[in-house]
Ligand binder design. Structure first.
Ligand SMILES: C[S@@+](CC[C@H](N)C(=O)[O-])C[C@H]1O[C@@H](n2cnc3c(N)ncnc32)[C@H](O)[C@@H]1O
Length: 749
């Protein structure tokens, strides 16, 4: 056992490494020893975390101090003065619409580790003019986005349900919530209103009452009776006209000719007439030698069965007929919105001779998502801005890509028994123990990131050289006598233990990098070249060089059970989305105790370049709801001039996984974000994986420090009023010390 003096010396050395002087540490150490009855363990635990926390607290430094902004952070979308960064910034969103702190401001990273002043701030012109304006704008747009109903479905009792699931049943009961189109509540999802008896439905043959979470517009479209459709189909069958267009007289039309080469669907088309009719057609490839025209009824029944099997659960009264009705509604809505950026057709009608052969961006997305998204391996290249499903050598590991859908077309169904709708290996339930009429805002659950065609992160197996993997390995790399090449990134030792946990020392280092980034930043790139030269490029303030885990992947010889493949195997712990009591909206928790270093989930979203982000957020339709942006930074390994498109962001607003529900906690969050490389070498694109930074109790909320600086009051508006409850809460201190309403997000570099 080391002596007291030796232990004190070690503690002071550890603190020195983090930038504390002996002078400031010594009195804190003495107080802690007194507090813990001369017990050193709580002080030495987790790399002297308690000591570091207490020393920080003791500093009681002025607002604007550096600490606490971690590399993962969420982003103010208006920001286009991009500086490569390794932080993530959260922007106030649906959950805090009433707080009038909608627009975030981003502060530049510091140049000096000891400079705690707000040395740089974002161009005020990039910000919304006032928090109130921002708030109103956000409110308006979110209202628009939530015009459509959202269903939170009753969980289906199943024989294999565990105790937690039973609990969920008891808590959720027959869930029935109603979204209103006006937002309310500072902390909850937007647009909520109490259930309305009039909108209660009894679910067809299952007899379960389900209330809709929202108002529904009456449809002005129509769906023809099945008989009539059948006749039409038969007529088409008889028709000798093999022209692939289904054009009505005096029409304009759009088509989507490339429903992936693997799919049977050759293309979909949409055409409208001046008579106010819209016709959509789907052309399929069949083998004529065997084919006999089926009844549409039989086809619909089969599709319904398939949907049910694929998506595990569907609204009780789901039918292809109603789906077609929905499509008609969407056609009308999109077609009527002439300002929508995704509506690329000209307003002039032609007489049919001038058919627009280019796919109609959103029309295509609307009529072919099933063929388009679910059939892997295809490329949809004909629309320049489309999203590509990259071919992958590794089904498990790679990111998915899909067309971008406007928020107004978000999935309107949440399954309370599993919000992932079967995408994850484990069910992720949703509970609201406070009985309020709320359910999470609509989004598409995706297990993997979606990557745009333009995105600089070129994710393809061909780009990975053999030297980036361990082709000669077999079985489990962790059992090999000598660590393979995949351990090179982590200093020749795998980051994971045989139990699948990140090594404690590795976690501590990552946590320390996040906690004291100014002590670790050591990479400076050349000035950033902006795509639009509205302002002179500013000098790079350096980026945090972060610890990275490199996992084995499909070019490696090992198998999927290899101990160096944790993140790519997906979520393994039992998680639950729950409504927080403190007013933070929805949060995430684990149903079981988790040891330190356990993988919880990845932060999944659409991978965007800063240019794409700017394009997206400058669109009226996308302005609001950007609560879920994460800044991945630019390539911190590159010494070249970084372009805007080399800076990457994850946007989980429309597509995301359960990571989007993780709330912020200042300093002592129980999760830490670690970059994990799977399919790309280098430090540009990576998976942002969240691991426990300490032991987490069952049902304890999982939190992550977004790296928000709540002290920047130069810019009004900002993130949200922090309700994290941490003893070290930066937001609370700010309120206590200054009592000002403005908050901001700090950009880390
Ligand atoms: C990534 S989302 C987290 C999930 C979110 N609570 C929800 O209901 O969807 C970030 C948003 O959650 C809310 N939030 C997260 N952490 C918070 C905190 N510590 N205090 C208050 N609100 C918080 C804020 O509205 C923030 O913009």
């Amino acid at each position: 056992m080391a002596s007291r003096t030796e232990r004190a010396r070690r503690a002071i050395d550890a603190m020195k490494a983090l930038g504390f002087s002996k002078k400031e540490v010594t009195p804190v150490l003495k107080s802690l020893l007194k507090l813990f009855d001369n017990n050193w363990e709580p002080i030495e635990d987790e790399g002297y975390r308690a000591l570091a926390d207490a020393t920080l607290d003791a500093r009681d430094r002025p607002q604007g101090a550096e600490h606490g902004s971690h590399h993962p952070r969420m982003v103010a979308p208006e920001e286009d003065h991009y500086q490569p960064s390794t932080s993530l910034v959260v922007r106030g969103g649906p959950c805090d619409l009433d707080s009038e702190t909608e627009a975030l401001r981003v502060k530049r990273p510091r140049t000096s580790s000891n400079n705690f002043s707000a040395d740089h701030s974002i161009d005020p012109q990039l910000s919304l003019s006032s928090p109130l304006t921002a708030h109103k704008m956000a409110r308006k747009i979110v209202d628009e986005d939530f015009q459509q109903a959202v269903f939170l479905r009753e969980p289906k009792p199943e024989p294999d349900m565990d105790a937690a699931q039973s609990l969920l049943d008891a808590q959720v009961g027959i869930v029935s919530h109603m979204f209103n189109t006006s937002s309310s509540g500072a902390a909850g999802p937007p647009a909520l209103r109490p259930p309305d008896q009039n909108q209660t439905e009894t679910s067809g043959n299952k007899g379960r009452p389900v209330q809709r979470c929202g108002t529904r517009r009456s449809s002005t479209s129509f769906v023809e009776p099945v008989d009539s459709m059948r006749k039409q189909a038969q007529n088409r069958e008889r028709s000798s006209d093999s022209d692939h267009t289904a054009v009505m007289h005096n029409t304009r039309a759009g088509s989507a000719d490339e429903c992936t080469h693997q799919a049977r669907c050759l293309h979909t088309e949409i055409a409208s007439s001046t008579m106010g009719e819209v016709k959509m057609s789907i052309k399929c490839n069949i083998d004529p030698s065997k084919f006999r025209m089926p009844s549409l009824e039989a086809v619909f029944r089969m599709v319904e069965d398939k949907c049910f099997r694929s998506y595990k659960s569907l609204p009780p009264n789901f039918s292809i007929g109603s789906l077609i009705n929905e499509i008609c509604e969407c056609v009308e809505q999109v077609g009527n919105d002439h300002t929508a950026e995704y509506n690329i057709q000209s307003d002039s009608f032609d007489n049919g001779s001038n058919l627009q052969k280019e796919p109609m961006m959103n029309g295509a997305a609307l009529v072919k998502p099933i063929a388009f998204i679910s059939r892997g391996g295809g490329k949809y290249n004909s629309v320049e801005d489309s999203w590509i499903l990259e071919t992958s050598d590794n089904d498990q590991a790679n990111s998915m890509v899909a067309q971008h859908l406007a928020p107004s077309h978000l999935s309107r169904i949440h399954d309370a028994s599993d919000i992932s709708r079967g995408e994850e290996k484990v069910r992720i339930s949703v509970v609201n123990e406070f009985g309020s009429d709320q359910c999470p805002s609509p989004f598409y659950y995706k297990q993997r990131n979606l990557v745009s065609q333009k995105t600089y992160a070129n994710i393809s197996a061909a780009r990975i050289g053999d030297e980036d993997g361990c082709a000669d390995c077999f079985g489990n790399c962790l059992s090999a006598p000598v660590p393979c090449a995949c351990a090179r990134e982590t200093g020749g030792e795998f980051a994971y233990t045989p139990d699948g946990l990140v090594r404690a020392a590795f976690i501590d280092e990552c946590f320390s990098v996040n906690l004291f980034p100014e002590k670790h930043r050591n990479f400076f790139c050349k000035p950033l070249e902006r795509s639009r030269n509205e302002a002179p490029p500013e000098p790079c303030r350096g980026q945090l060089v972060r610890k990275v885990i490199k996992e084995c992947w499909s070019k490696c010889g090992c198998n999927m059970q290899c101990g160096n493949r944790v993140v790519q195997r997906g979520i393994a712990c039992n998680l639950q989305v729950f409504f927080t009591q403190e007013g933070k909206g929805w949060g995430l928790r684990a149903l079981d105790e988790l040891p330190k270093g356990a993988f919880v989930c990845e932060y999944v979203g659409e991978l965007l370049t800063s240019t794409e982000l700017h394009e997206r957020t400058s669109q009226k339709a996308h302005k609001a709801g950007y609560t879920y942006l994460v800044d991945l930074g630019a390539d911190w390994g590159s010494e070249g001039v970084l372009k805007d498109e080399e800076a990457l962001f994850l946007d989980a607003t429309i597509y995301g996984n359960v990571g989007r529900f993780i709330n912020h906690r200042c300093y002592d969050a129980n999760l830490v974000g670690i970059p994990v490389e799977v399919e790309t070498p280098g430090h540009h694109y990576y998976h942002l994986a969240l691991f426990t930074s300490k032991k987490v109790e069952a049902f304890e909320e999982l939190t992550w420090d977004y790296g928000i600086d709540f002290d920047d009051d130069k810019h009004p508006g900002g993130a949200f009023q922090c309700l994290c409850g941490s003893r070290y809460c930066r937001g609370r201190k700010r309120h206590r010390n200054r009592g000002k309403a403005a908050v901001r997000v700090r950009r880390r570099g």
